[in-house]
Ligand binder design. Structure first.
Ligand SMILES: Cc1ncc(COP(=O)(O)O)c(C=O)c1O
Length: 446
């Protein structure tokens, strides 16, 4: 199909992508019959791969029973069951789930609930969010305002609420020589402390962070102790900790929530992608009981909502996905297959002249590309190395998630790997083999 035959406004307007016609297991097939190994689940979405029979059966059954009932009038059993399961699996103190249709909506709900909390408890002077440079929290105006990716923000800057940004936790580039990871984490927490004080603690609502940074910086894993130190700073100033696990959560890093590995309980936790595994558009905001209690005892309601909140088919898909993960012990599998993937990436890229770092957790890995390993200098952004890698990978029947702007929103290239939890060791080996060939071909073409 050419651009002129398509009435869809595609992401790149002059490029009509191949037409996907079916999906099974870890593969997608296009209209020409070409089969792709899906090593990124789009953007870390398809945690159970495609066409999972148990998820499809649950969705069919729900559609036959009830597709939609507005949450202003009804609850549904499937939303209740999903919420109960999520709260059972959530960090202690998380009390309620608010269902939305995706990650940006989950973050919008987080920002509004955080603000409403302070209005409810008589601290209306708190109006500011602090987040991190190089973060991504979604594309709606509130989420974009909080996000720290300069390229995404720039055209819309006049429309965005003013947010303050501190350093990301990016040891490869920003941990100083002679500094241990722990010292680096404490330095970052100290930066947050000083920033809150400079803003005036009475003006700050919350600190927003991806527990493991995802798309825009290529899987940034926090150094040990970083989040504990950050939480202590937030507590000291009465500032909420809002964790965005839209990409890194729901098992992707080997535990249901990535923050479990950091030993912190956030006040608000946003989840999406792996919640429904792509079978339906669904996300959720998980709220600490402190916030729920304040709203309940105050105005009595959360002043927010959308038409499709808690959509019954979306909840059915998410419930089935989460039940399969639990039943099949897939969190343990993410940890073991993740270790295998890390080893494969190590073999393929440890001595690669243009791979600066391979990092990640579970089945969530980032490969940062550099022109020069010694200086860590990135490739010229005009080369669009990330786009070349994506094209070379697709030509080889491989779907990965490369992106540019790793370093500062403009410079740098990385590739994210986020294969389905069901990928076999043999499939992971093929993924890494094809990726290595794609990276080499892309660099040769520069
Ligand atoms: C960390 C994070 N937050 C929020 C979002 C936005 O989610 P959505 O695209 O579903 O609106 C994303 C999407 O990539 C993300 O990675």
């Amino acid at each position: 199909m050419t651009p002129n035959d398509s009435s869809v406004l595609h992401r790149v307007i002059q490029v009509t992508p191949p037409m996907a016609v079916s999906g099974q297991g870890i593969t997608l097939t296009d209209a020409n019959g070409k089969v792709y190994l899906d090593a990124s689940g789009g953007a870390a979405v398809s945690c159970l791969g495609h066409g999972h029979p148990d998820v499809l059966a649950a969705m069919h059954a729900q559609i036959d029973r009830l597709a939609y009932a507005h949450t202003g009038f009804f609850t549904t059993q499937v939303a209740e069951d999903l919420a109960a399961m999520l709260i059972r699996g959530a960090p202690a103190g998380i009390a309620k789930a608010f269902f939305v249709s995706g990650g940006s909506e989950a973050m919008e709900a987080a920002l509004k609930m955080a603000r409403q909390y302070f209005v409810e408890i008589g601290q209306p002077s708190r109006t500011r969010f602090i987040a991190r440079r190089q973060s991504y929290h979604g594309n709606t105006l509130g989420a974009l305002a909080i996000g720290g990716n300069q390229w995404r923000r720039a055209p819309f800057a006049p429309l965005l609420v003013d947010a303050t940004h501190v350093s990301p936790c990016y040891p490869y580039r920003e941990q100083q020589a002679g500094e241990t990871p722990e010292q680096y984490g404490l330095r970052l927490a100290d930066e947050l402390d000083r920033t809150i004080q400079a803003c005036g603690p009475e003006t700050v609502i919350g600190f927003v962070a991806e527990t493991v940074g995802g798309a825009t910086a290529g899987v940034l894993t926090p150094v040990p102790g970083y989040f504990r130190a950050v939480k202590a700073v937030c507590d000291k100033h009465g500032v909420l900790l809002i964790l965005d696990e839209v990409m890194c959560g729901m098992g992707r890093c080997g535990t249901l929530h990535a923050c479990e590995q950091e030993g912190v309980v956030p006040d608000l936790l946003a989840i999406a992608k792996g919640l429904g595994g792509g079978y339906q558009p669904v996300g959720a905001l998980l709220a600490h009981e402190r916030l729920v209690r304040a709203m309940s005892a105050g105005s009595g309601f959360f002043q927010h909502g959308h038409t499709y909140l808690g959509h019954a088919v979306a909840c059915a898909a998410a419930l089935a996905v989460q039940q399969v993960i639990e039943r099949d012990g897939l969190l343990a599998q993410v940890r073991s297959r993740g270790a295998h993937l890390a080893a494969l990436c190590g073999q393929a890229f440890a001595d690669h002249p243009h791979v600066g770092e391979v990092r990640g957790r579970g089945l969530f890995h980032g490969i940062e590309l550099v022109k020069d390993r010694g200086t860590k200098a990135p490739f010229d952004p005009a080369l669009r190395l990330h786009a070349r890698i994506k094209a070379e990978a697709m030509a080889r029947g491989l779907l990965v998630y490369p992106m540019g702007g790793t370093v500062d929103g403009r410079q740098g290239d990385h590739v994210v790997l986020a294969p389905p939890f069901i990928a076999t060791e043999a499939e992971l080996a093929t993924i890494v083999e094809r990726l290595a060939a794609s990276i080499d071909a892309a660099i040769r073409s520069c």
